[in-house]
Write a protein that binds this ligand. Structure first.
Ligand code: ATP
Length: 237
């Protein structure tokens, strides 16, 4: 499922509300239905129990995903052991496998401190950690922003694979309309904290009703199309 909308429309706060991680002092009204629970009326402790195993999130700001002075592998193994009933050795093999799937040099990253990795490598390691727990709902908040196109595609492809394998739901929050059209089954458009339109990607793209969706989509359609390279341009180049 894709959630799109301009910067400041409330996408990340929606995700944080699902996680029970709203900034201190913010009030929450309404319902968030997840399986048989209304997350809004759960106690903080019961809500916390759902995080990791049931609901996982890949944050836009990946730098907070790891403690700076503990090696990536140790943190992954501890997280996997806390959430799943597996021994350290098995957790280590799960961690290495997912790091590898993210296109990383699994061994090197496993034995590195966070500061020894590039931003893109660290983001992929944080995605690996969230995915290794195989949550029922995976929230991806602008997760490919720190990645180059090739690694971004690799990660999105792997998340598709995980989705097919485990049947988990993926909530993809993105500014990238093309990515949302390509990767989601249903799209929701958010404006000033409210969902103003929803539908199949084709409906949102070609048969949208709301003026705000029209404005958003026109930005994509306004991208320059492919132009033929003329002999003249080749000669002058
Ligand atoms: N900690 C906070 N305290 C007060 N207001 C906040 C806080 N975090 C976000 N907001 C406000 O809530 C609104 C929605 O923010 P949110 O981060 O959900 O936007 P977004 O759609 O995810 O934007 P972006 O695409 O830029 O990440 C914004 O007006 C923002 O200024």
């Amino acid at each position: 499922m894709g959630l799109i909308g301009e910067s400041g429309s409330g996408k990340s706060l929606t995700a944080r509300a699902i996680m029970g991680l709203l900034p201190h002092g913010m009030n929450l009204n309404g319902q968030i239905l997840f399986k048989n629970d209304d997350l809004v009326s759960l106690s903080a402790e019961a809500h916390r129990q759902l995080l990791g195993n049931e609901i996982g999130m890949i944050f836009q700001d990946y730098r907070g995903s790891f403690t700076p002075f503990i090696k990536i592998g140790k943190q992954m193994v501890e997280t996997i052991c806390t959430h799943q009933k597996v021994r350290k050795k098995e957790a280590q093999s799960i961690a290495l496998q997912v790091l590898d799937k993210m296109g990383l040099e699994a061994n090197r990253v496993f034995f590195s401190y966070p500061f020894q990795l590039s931003g893109g490598q660290l983001q992929r390691a944080s995605i690996a950690m969230a995915i290794s727990l195989k949550p029922s709902l995976l929230i991806c908040d602008e997760m490919t922003t720190a990645l180059d196109v090739m690694n971004g595609e690799k990660v999105l492809h792997y998340i598709d694979e995980v989705r097919r394998e485990t049947g988990c739901a993926v909530l993809m929050i993105t500014h990238d309309l093309a990515q949302a059209y390509k990767r989601t089954d249903r799209m929701y458009v958010m404006n000033q904290g409210e969902i103003v339109e929803e539908g199949l990607p084709e409906q949102i793209r070609c048969h949208h009703q709301h003026p705000y969706t029209k404005k958003l989509c026109s930005c994509l359609l306004a991208l320059p199309g492919e132009t033929l390279i003329t002999d003249e341009r080749v000669m002058s180049g």
